[in-house]
Design a protein around this ligand. Structure first.
Ligand code: ADP
Length: 378
């Protein structure tokens, strides 16, 4: 260890004491001033590598990813959520650029280290972070990052939904307006033509009614205002009722409608919800099957009941299957609308089945499509 000559140092200490006691300004001399700077430097460097337990505890208590970035631009201390942002799971010692690979954040950190607080939304490849950079004393900065990926995604979904719903509603409204204007412009006085336009009005009004009802159901389901009364339901009886409802449509297309549910077969569910699910599935099967038939079957598998609606239709290509239960998702939009669909039937069915604590799925191939639901057997 280097030793320092006593005389100038002792004199400087005396002069400083005198200044602090109210005496004249102490001139410490070049060497002593340099020593003071070096001591401060060493202290700062020690501070930069030390993990202060109180600081660590404070960061760990924060709900967001949090880090203190040192004057050298490297993370000095951070909490576990911030560590998780780094590819290797450890952020200490890394720069903001190394942690997030975001040039935008690196630039903002540089500015913040110069003293400017910043708030920015970072779109990273797999997530969206809301970042707050606050300059601290000693030239460091506090970096808080909140993961808002889910919030931004939900907001996007809501925006898409409103846009899709408006688009769906606009079509029948435009058709009704067009037919009414044509009637008023003179077609009303031509009985032959008038009937056709009134039929358009009636058909489109019915479509509007279906759409608004489905939208209302979906909104009640998504806001959890739909009450499920779970009790044993006689599926054999329910299945027959549902199939009878679709018998006229099936007959018109020459489709065979079969029920293969053992007598007395019971599931645990909400009778009304289950009826609506089966109506939606059988309605689709009849709608999208040109020849052959539709079968509603049920079987027991352990503690579960599997209820399935299978058709002999053209099948659905595999890449559509994962998205089929999304709102307004259609394999062939033109044909589905033509067939009178709202694009909401399967989304509603999925909510209803999940509300009953069950699961819904689909498999499809050249022989046709099979939608299944799993519920607890009663
Ligand atoms: P839609 O009112 O258009 O029928 P759904 O949500 O009930 O809306 O169904 C979504 C899409 O899934 C339909 O537009 C159709 O393309 C496809 N689909 C549903 N059921 C069947 C089926 N049984 N066979 C073939 N395609 C089907």
């Amino acid at each position: 260890m280097a030793t320092i000559g006593r005389t100038p140092l002792a004199a400087a200490v005396r002069a400083l004491r005198a200044e602090l006691a109210g005496g004249p300004h102490a001139d410490l001399g070049k060497e002593v001033s340099e020593l003071a700077t070096l001591l401060l430097d060493r202290e700062l460097r020690r501070f930069a590598t030390v993990r202060d337990p109180a600081e660590q505890e404070l960061l760990s208590s924060l709900p967001d990813a949090a880090a203190i970035v040192g004057t050298d631009g490297r993370v000095r201390v951070c909490n576990a959520a911030f560590d998780a942002l780094a590819a290797g799971g450890r952020a200490a010692g890394m720069t903001a650029l190394e942690v997030t690979r975001s040039g935008e954040l690196a630039e903002a950190v540089k500015r913040a280290l110069e003293g400017t607080a910043r708030r920015l939304e970072l779109e990273l490849p797999r997530r969206v972070l809301l970042v707050q950079l606050t300059p601290l004393l000693r030239g460091e900065l506090l970096c808080l990052a909140r993961d808002v990926t889910e919030e931004r995604r939900a907001a996007g979904t809501r925006r898409d939904f409103v846009a899709n719903a408006s688009h769906e509603l606009r079509t029948p409204v435009a058709a009704i307006r067009g037919a009414a204007e044509t009637l008023l412009a003179g077609a009303l006085d031509q009985p032959g033509a008038a009937r056709g336009f009134v039929e358009i009005v009636a058909r489109q009004a019915e479509r509007l009614g279906r759409l608004t009802q489905d939208l209302l159901d979906l909104s009640r389901l998504e806001s959890r205002q739909w009450r499920f009364d779970i009790a044993p339901v006689d599926l054999a009886v329910l299945a027959r009722q549902v199939v009878e409802l679709h018998a006229p449509a099936a007959e018109k297309k020459g489709l065979a409608l079969r029920v293969e549910v053992p007598p007395g077969f019971q599931v645990r569910g909400d009778g009304r919800a289950l009826e609506q699910v089966l109506v939606n599935l059988v309605d689709n099967a009849v709608k999208y099957t040109p020849t052959g038939g539709v079968t509603l079957a049920a079987e027991r598998r352990g503690e579960d009941a599997i209820v399935a609606v299978a058709d002999t239709g053209p099948g659905i290509e595999a890449h559509h299957l994962a998205r089929l239960f999304e709102r307004f998702y259609r394999v062939d939009p033109g044909r589905a609308r033509e067939a009178g669909g709202t694009g909401l039937g399967l989304a509603i069915a999925k909510h209803l089945v999940q509300g009953m604590g069950g699961e819904i799925g689909v498999e499809s191939g050249e022989a046709g499509t099979r939608f299944w639901i799993r519920l607890a057997a009663a």
